[in-house]
Design a protein. Structure first.
Length: 247
């Protein structure tokens, strides 16, 4: 790992495990994934940050329906148009995404596995950027891309179960994904991104560091933080409501 991040100028101490996590996330972001190269993944992060300054996104956000507004996104990358549309909509108006929009995105040329990996990249970058903003620090500079090709790995057990995207069903994980499904209970948030299982591990690492690890996620009393588990859940529920997270 070559990425080095410092919060020495932060207004209060930052836990070492969070610093190490952010270094891992940035190093992971710069490297080729399943369907996207390192250069494309960094471009996804740049588009994500820029989306809130997009005129089309602002007009759609203000409209009664985003589907009433046509136009072209203000883009800062050369990513394919379907990817730019997905990034901007997920970033600026996720509460009004529909399955028909997702199907149209696929019909425009974005593959399902590429879409899921894109969602994972967005979630991980938002997790880092939101933390940095919350402690009053300047946004981290995006990492330099690492050369290489996407692995093109697709979980053998992924099927269309009822979600928009194919997922690995309980009991259907292959050897390469077995560690993700080894607890007997798998949350829907884990299953939702299982089509990008090798990349999804980074999202799970963030959950474990910020929140609790999978071994304790179903224990309503467990907390190794400065606040109790019920307090954590109240905060999480309020943030989810503010973000219009139907989950």
């Amino acid at each position: 790992m070559s990425t080095s991040i410092s919060y020495i100028d932060a207004p209060f101490p930052v836990r070492l495990d969070i610093v190490v996590l952010h270094e891992h996330v940035w190093d992971w972001l710069a490297r080729p994934g399943l369907r996207w190269s390192g250069e494309e993944r960094v471009a996804i992060a740049a588009e994500l940050r820029h989306a809130h300054r997009c005129t089309l996104c602002a007009d759609r956000k203000a409209a009664l329906s985003p589907y009433d507004i046509d136009g072209v996104h203000n883009s800062v990358s050369t990513l394919p148009d379907p990817a730019i549309e997905a990034i901007h909509r997920i970033a600026t108006d996720p509460g009004r995404l529909t399955e028909s929009w997702y199907r149209e995105t696929l019909a425009s040329g974005l593959r399902d596995a590429a879409y899921v990996e894109l969602v994972v990249v967005i979630a991980c970058v938002i997790a880092v950027d939101t933390f940095v903003r919350a402690i009053g620090m300047a946004t981290l500079e995006l990492p330099a891309p690492v050369a290489g090709f996407p692995s093109r790995i697709r979980p053998e057990g992924a099927v269309q179960e009822g979600a928009w995207v194919p997922t690995i069903p309980l009991g259907g994980a292959g050897a390469a994904e077995a560690d993700l499904y080894n607890e007997g209970f798998v949350t829907n948030s884990y299953r939702a991104i299982s089509l990008a299982a090798p990349q999804a591990r980074m999202f799970f690492n963030i959950v474990a560091t910020y929140y609790v690890d999978r071994n304790h996620i179903t224990d309503p009393t467990y907390s190794d933080r400065a606040i109790s588990r019920p307090q954590m859940e109240v905060i999480a529920a309020r943030v989810s409501a503010l973000n219009q997270c139907f989950f």
